[in-house]
Design a protein. Structure first.
Length: 278
């Protein structure tokens, strides 16, 4: 294995929007790959098993969102728009002008927001286990998160991780994070069909076959990105869909070998000719 992939990462904190935003830099080479975790997770919990394979021969930037992992919380709700602003600030701090981006759940929503609103920053887009409109979700996960208390996650890796690395490692702040996640993007309507069609970056959509995101929604997502065609006659589109078998939302990236192969295969080929027109 590439020694770059197993070396200790460079770590730091970026002053962004009143926070000290924790980040890690792994590997070297190529267009940087930015990893964005889901709600209540962090770099290690979401991507720890994937990082060696993803960073072999490639620069990887990973970060903890507001109130997650090693990044402090601030007096601000959690929503996609603000988290996307934090990511823009982080990239400016690191003097990175273009990335491939891989976001899961909340991180996928942030990645999608950036692809729609800051296309100059995104070369390739990977969005995992996230809908582009609320009607694409089954609903049970959002209801469960809205009702979640610290007692309900007592003894779980999420609680243990929070108490071990958070800048404010106590149950009061953890409950505050749960409350913010329960109200995440409340009242928003998502993105229109035209906004999804208009994304410039080739897109890989991944979803579990028993995810919170409905499979028909994932297919619609693919169709809006120019997929679901007879590739033997029309060519293989730049945007793709991967459905991971036996996979729920909570364990959406747990099949490390499968996820790594799908993601690396999408990132490694050159951009297909004519992809801008799809």
């Amino acid at each position: 294995m590439d020694q770059q992939a197993t070396a200790a990462p460079e770590t730091g904190y970026a002053p962004v929007n009143g926070m000290q935003m924790y980040y890690e830099l792994h590997g070297a080479g190529g267009t940087p790959l930015l990893l964005l975790h889901g709600g209540l997770f962090d770099i290690e919990q979401q991507f720890g098993a994937l990082l060696p394979g993803l960073s072999a021969g490639r620069r990887v930037i990973a970060t903890d969102f507001q109130g997650h992992g090693r990044t402090n919380d601030i007096d601000r709700p959690l929503n996609t728009r603000d988290l996307a602003s934090d990511i823009v600030g982080l990239l400016e701090h690191l003097d990175v002008r273009e990335v491939d981006i891989f976001g899961f759940s909340v991180g996928g929503a942030v990645a999608l927001h950036l692809a729609v609103n800051r296309p100059d920053l995104i070369r390739k887009l990977i969005v995992s286990s996230v809908s582009f409109r609320p009607d694409g979700d089954r609903g049970e996960n959002a209801e469960a998160v809205a009702a979640m208390t610290v007692d309900m996650i007592a003894g779980t890796p999420m609680e243990e991780r929070y108490l071990s690395v958070s800048p404010h490692p106590d149950h009061e702040h953890l409950q505050g994070l749960l409350d913010k996640l329960g109200r995440y993007d409340a009242g928003t309507t998502g993105w229109t069909d035209d906004e999804i069609r208009g994304i410039a970056a080739p897109t890989l959509i991944t979803v579990g076959d028993c995810d919170m995101v409905k499979l028909e929604h994932a297919v619609r997502f693919l169709q809006l990105r120019g997929g679901d065609v007879n590739g033997d006659f029309e060519g293989v589109p730049a945007s793709q869909l991967a459905v991971f078998p036996g996979t729920t939302h909570f364990f959406g990236l747990a099949k490390t070998g499968l996820v790594q192969e799908v993601v690396n295969t999408f990132l490694e080929p050159p951009l297909p000719s004519g992809w801008q027109d799809r």
